[in-house]
Design a protein around this ligand. Structure first.
Ligand SMILES: N[C@@H](CCC(=O)N[C@@H](CS)C(=O)NCC(=O)O)C(=O)O
Length: 116
């Protein structure tokens, strides 16, 4: 699977995906760490994080996919929302919270059987 296919599959399978440097537990960049803080403040659930430092093709591929030059990058329901500055602004204005709340309630529910 190409990097572009992997990215497309990941962001369409999971409602909230953050491409970042490091992990949620150990961010390796202040911008990525700030976005983790913002997502926690929004009480985001089911966040999938992708550490771009693990894979140079994903690191470049996500920039090509979104046509956005930097990491972190947040996707909600398959749509690129923004990087650290945009998310910070959206959080301050209160625009981000309902978006994250809605996405946190979408997708498969743990422990519940999917309809056949
Ligand atoms: N202003 C950016 C800050 C993020 C940023 O500047 N990221 C840099 C340094 S971590 C980056 O991704 N550089 C390209 C790279 O490392 O591949 C934002 O709002 O997200």
């Amino acid at each position: 699977m190409s990097a572009q296919e992997t990215i497309r599959e990941t962001i369409t399978t999971h409602p909230i995906v953050l491409f970042m440097k490091g992990t949620a537990q150990f961010p390796m960049c202040g911008f990525s760490g700030r976005v983790i803080q913002i997502l926690k403040a929004c009480n985001a659930q089911k966040v999938v994080t992708i550490n771009v430092l693990d894979d140079p093709e994903i690191r470049q591929g996500i920039k090509d996919y979104s046509n956005w030059p930097t990491i972190p990058q947040l996707y909600v329901n398959g749509e690129f929302i923004g990087g650290c500055d945009i998310l910070n602004d959206m959080f301050q204005t209160g625009e981000l919270q309902p978006l994250i709340a809605a996405a946190s309630n979408t997708g498969p529910q743990p422990g519940k059987q999917q309809a056949q």
